[in-house]
Design a protein around this ligand. Structure first.
Ligand SMILES: C[S@@+](CC[C@H](N)C(=O)[O-])C[C@H]1O[C@@H](n2cnc3c(N)ncnc32)[C@H](O)[C@@H]1O
Length: 221
């Protein structure tokens, strides 16, 4: 059975309904996101873009604890509920943080080589293969030569219970992707163009038998 991916409209409708429940996913997402932060060198980043920023919880953490006081943050999301939640959450960072609603188009309205970090946490795994490739191309265009792509996503488990859990999730996704918010276990290597990206850090973090792939990559020059 082949996979079907949520359309932009379906993703928007799902996350408009899901809203702040997204923050309850920390039990399995938190350790992998922390691992990405540990390797993302955020203390050296002045300009950050995040695709699929959700409720703005991660942005708040970054702005408060990891980025320089002068750094700016642009969050992009397809759900107006998420945009509203993150705008509210980031009010204390007015002037540094901006949230933009997208219709799912991949082009981001910023100049080439203008950002230090491009983040996508648990969003590539719900996009179609062609959208994933376009996002990675856009990240490559936006990042400065010394910038970093920072990605976290569900990934297939290789052993034991994690393998069974992700096999089941993959089957559920094939039957009804909306039951999982469109997310399915993904292998970044299937989408990463080796001529464009140099992997600086790659690790699989498993929390409660749910494996997440963490990748920090730089542009090949
Ligand atoms: C699983 S949630 C992850 C949210 C957040 N990054 C986190 O880790 O908590 C996926 C997010 O991506 C957003 N999203 C889905 N499709 C998108 C698209 N094509 N462009 C931008 N955002 C999208 C959803 O609205 C949602 O906020």
């Amino acid at each position: 059975m082949s996979s079907r991916f949520l359309t932009h409209e379906e993703a928007q409708a799902f996350y408009d309904r899901f809203g702040s429940k997204q923050d309850k996913q920390q039990w399995y997402e938190g350790p992998a996101v922390q691992d990405m932060v540990n390797h993302g060198e955020f203390e050296a980043a002045e300009s950050v873009v995040e695709l699929g920023c959700g409720t703005g919880a991660f942005a708040g953490e970054l702005l408060q604890h990891h980025l320089p006081q002068t750094a700016t943050y642009l969050g992009i999301d397809i759900s107006s509920t998420m945009v509203e939640l993150s705008r509210k959450r980031l009010e204390p960072f007015a002037g540094r943080a901006e949230i933009v609603l997208t219709d799912g188009a991949r082009k981001i309205d910023l100049p080439d080589s203008s950002c230090d970090r491009f983040i996508a946490n648990y969003v590539l795994d719900l996009l179609s293969p062609s959208d994933i490739r376009q996002v990675l191309d856009e990240a490559h265009r936006l990042l400065k030569p010394e910038g970093r792509l920072c990605v976290v996503n569900f990934t297939p488990g290789r052993t034991g219970v994690a393998r069974i859990v992700t096999w089941v999730l993959d089957r559920v996704h094939r039957l009804r992707p909306s039951l999982l918010g469109g997310c399915r276990p993904l292998l970044l290597q299937d989408y990463r163009d080796q001529e464009l990206w140099q992997v600086e850090y790659h690790h699989v973090v498993t929390a409660y038998e749910i494996p997440s792939e963490v990748m920090v990559a730089s542009k090949r020059l």
